[in-house]
Design a protein around this ligand. Sequence first.
Ligand code: MN
Length: 248
Amino acid sequence: MKEPTFSRRDILKYGIATVSIATVGRSFAQESAAPVAAPSATGPFTLPPLPYAVDELEPYIDAQTMAIHHGKHHAGYVAKLNEAISQHPELGTRPIEHLLDSLDSLPEGIRTAVRNHGGGHHNHSLFWAMMRKEGGGKPHGELAAEIDKAFGSFDGFKEAFTKAALGVFGSGWAWLTLSPEDTFTIIQLPNQDSPLSIGHSPLLGLDVWEHAYYLKYQNRRADYVAAWFNVVNWAEVESLWFSLVKGD
Ligand code: MN
């Protein structure tokens, strides 16, 4: 990743955990807050089904938000990614991760589209799996120990992650990642930028675009973030981490 594409600066420190923000070096077109058009049927990328019914994460995430978020917003990212890739069919054979972790290698004409819509597709695919009915609570075992090591305690992690999520200006995400230095790190990313594009591996992400919470929580992002902790799928976070560090 060449430096002009992204610049990173640390903005806040919580104990030994560093919260960094990735800023972008060029402007992006704002996405409409309205539901996007119906997806095209053409591949190669496809909308994964939700791993639960749209109302299963009630009362924390309401069914209407879930239905629109998955069926319209995520579907829209998939459709627009496919549209961009259609000009370069050879790229459609690459996993989405391998497009996002090497944006600079892509044809310039579709780079921004892959960054936005490919990022949107991958981020949301992760997000659905990172939530579950009767989730929440605390991580266990080695994952809990690693979080304690990085953030002092689970409460320390929760506080730092919440602060990062509330601090995202405009549309974006808060992420717990494995940094390029192999440490647990909390970062904020704007728009649909993927942690993969700055060399981080995503472990847990929280979508703080207004489309993720406005119907139920209106402007109360803090209430949404607090509620979301009740549906975190820590088993999925553990699985993602183990696949990185243990190679399975
Ligand atoms: Mn979203």
